[in-house]
Design a protein around this ligand. Structure first.
Ligand code: AMP
Length: 574
């Protein structure tokens, strides 16, 4: 049985399809020109708007299937290709999985559903941690916006949202106004914007009620930066003069309105920071009225939790909602759960959702031998699924590529736990290791570094097929110099920590070669971030790719160019 709101959602999106087919004349004319068929008018819904017809007529698609249609839109074709109403904005996905950002249609409906999800999860958070007249230290950044060949505005989905008028109103109403001016958020240089976000936070230190970013990575990155620049920030506050490192005129002008000489505040910050032990609890120390830290902390963000907890001291970490450039999916309605257990209640009316059951799935089954998708209310607790989205911006039965597990129901809507990206897998033959398996292996091996007080700053992996047999390569950036002995042991431990039977069996029979640990120079992951920023990604949306695929050549090159040392495991030597 489809829930009522899901039926409403399908009627909503199908009426978009109707519009497409009702414009036959324009479509035919356009067909003659391009010899291409419009993406959805061809499926013959003939006015029917029920979910069964929708499912039987419209096939499942991936981004690749829609790429040519999206590019026609981006190139200025205003015929009803995917939506009746022309698309005027394009979102860029972070691109960390494939190596380059994907183009995704964006419209006002997606802005509205973003606001809906923001308000929904805020209502649940606010029950537990009420906020009054709050200011938010938000590490958010607009990416570069550019015009496509056809003149459409293009930027990351988060940038498109931050630029919308609805965003400011919503932030005001949920007491989450950013303490930094727009010039900082939309500044052209990420490093300068980050410095000024920190400065604004310190200026409003006693008004800050939440510290947030889209993804936890960005919060950790911000406080790692604070560790380096805090004295300079204090100097700026003392003298009321912005550091010469900030050169963008619009940012300097906006900051000069906020920055006044304040030696008392500079002394206070100096004292607070000097009293800390290894930066533990820096966030509540600097922002005594902060109620919680907020951002996406699940999936590829989990590895940053340890460091975030260190900076947070006792301050609660509340994990944010689940969505993508293609649209939002679920809100965190149980904010008190630790981030590792966060679940997301699907908002049934922000799209039409289907779920492909995944029993014993693996990378090679991605396009074959799968069960039919089931509806939102037909999913089973404990089972894993791949999500299919139909949204209001021209995506129909679109495979998002994420794997989720149903944990329970909130009223009648499922609560999902994010498991992993489906295609992010380390696999050579019968082995399959997910992003999560990699994370657990790294967590286990990094315990060995503790005795030398060293931590893994960031990590990623890839499969090296240039050797015979192929082998897993794990890249680590470390906070200091670890001894050879510890690194050799860590390498063995990584190899042993992949417990998947296919991997262990293949290692024993030498069908997979010894795991290789490559330690990269400090700053390598910053270079990867900078590379994505040049491509048009935004820090707000950045996710370190945990497995570098063969198409991600530039990232692989950055990693390989910066290898300082490498080790091979002896774990299965005998
Ligand atoms: P993007 O394509 O840059 O919009 O990134 C969207 C992807 O980020 C999703 O498909 C997920 O893989 C991941 N993601 C988004 N929200 C969450 C979340 N709350 N937990 C885990 N992963 C998430």
């Amino acid at each position: 049985m489809e829930s009522q709101s899901q039926s409403r959602a399908v009627r909503g999106v199908v009426s978009t399809l109707q519009l497409s087919s009702s414009c036959r004349h324009a479509v035919k004319k356009e067909l003659k020109l391009s010899q291409a068929q419009p993406a959805v008018a061809k499926w013959g819904l003939n006015g029917r708007t029920d979910p069964e017809t929708f499912k039987s007529c419209v096939p499942l698609v991936t981004h690749k299937d829609l790429e040519s249609y999206i590019h026609r839109i981006a190139d200025g074709d205003i015929s009803p290709i995917l939506t009746g109403k022309p698309i005027t904005t394009i979102s860029l996905s972070s691109g960390t999985t494939q190596g380059k950002p994907k183009f995704v249609p964006f419209n006002e409906e997606l802005v509205s559903s973003t606001m809906q999800i923001y308000r929904t999860s805020f209502a649940f958070r606010n029950r537990e941690f009420p906020i009054v007249n709050g200011m938010a230290l938000q590490f958010i950044y607009g990416s570069k916006q550019f015009k496509t060949k056809g003149g459409l505005a293009a930027g990351t989905a988060t940038t498109n949202v931050y630029r919308s008028s609805q965003f400011k109103n919503t932030m005001k109403s949920i007491q989450s106004q950013c303490c930094s001016p727009d010039e900082v958020i939309f500044g052209p240089d990420f490093h300068q914007s980050l410095y000024c976000h920190l400065l604004c936070g310190l200026i409003y230190y006693d008004e800050v009620q939440t510290v947030s970013s889209t993804f936890a990575h960005s919060i950790v990155h911000s406080f790692r930066t604070l560790e380096r620049v805090w004295e300079e920030l204090c100097n700026d506050i003392r003298a009321g003069v912005l550091s010469s490192r900030v050169t963008v005129p619009s940012i300097r002008a906006a900051m000069s309105k906020l920055l006044k000489p304040n030696p008392e505040l500079a002394d206070l910050i100096y004292k607070k920071i000097s009293g800390l032990s290894n930066w533990y609890g820096i966030i509540p120390e600097l922002f005594p009225n902060a109620k919680y830290i907020y951002g996406i902390m699940t999936g590829s963000m989990e590895p940053y939790l340890k460091k975030l907890r260190h900076y947070a001291g006792g301050l609660p970490l509340l994990s944010a909602d689940y969505g993508s450039s293609e649209g939002w999916i679920g809100a965190n309605v149980n904010p008190m759960l630790p981030p590792e257990q966060a679940t997301f209640a699907v908002l049934p009316d922000i799209g039409y959702f289907e779920f492909i059951p995944l029993q014993d799935w693996n990378a090679s089954s991605i396009l074959c031998n799968e069960s039919d998708p089931v509806g939102l209310t037909d999913v089973k607790v404990g089972e894993e699924y791949e999500i299919i989205i139909t949204n209001f911006a021209g995506l129909y039965r679109y495979r998002l590529g994420d794997v989720v597990k149903v944990i329970g129901f909130h009223n009648s809507t499922p609560e999902l736990q994010f498991i992993c990206r489906r295609n992010l897998l380390l696999t050579i033959n019968i082995d399959k290791n997910t992003e999560k398996d990699l994370q657990l292996a790294v967590e286990e091996a990094s315990k060995l570094l503790l005795e030398e007080k060293i931590e893994v700053v960031d990590f990623t992996s890839y499969v090296d097929f240039s050797t015979d047999p192929g082998h897993y390569v794990i890249f680590w950036e470390l906070s200091g110099e670890a001894s050879e002995e510890v690194l050799n042991k860590s390498c063995d431990c990584l190899d042993q920590s992949f417990v998947d039977a296919g991997y262990v069996g293949s290692r024993k029979t030498k069908a997979i070669g010894a795991l290789e640990l490559r330690v990269v120079e400090r700053g390598t992951f910053q270079k990867i971030l900078d590379h994505f920023l040049v491509l048009g990604a935004a820090v707000s949306q950045f996710k370190t790719p945990r497995c570098v695929g063969p198409s991600n050549t530039k990232v692989l090159q950055i990693l390989c160019d910066n290898v300082a040392k490498s080790y091979f495991s002896n774990a299965f030597a005998t």
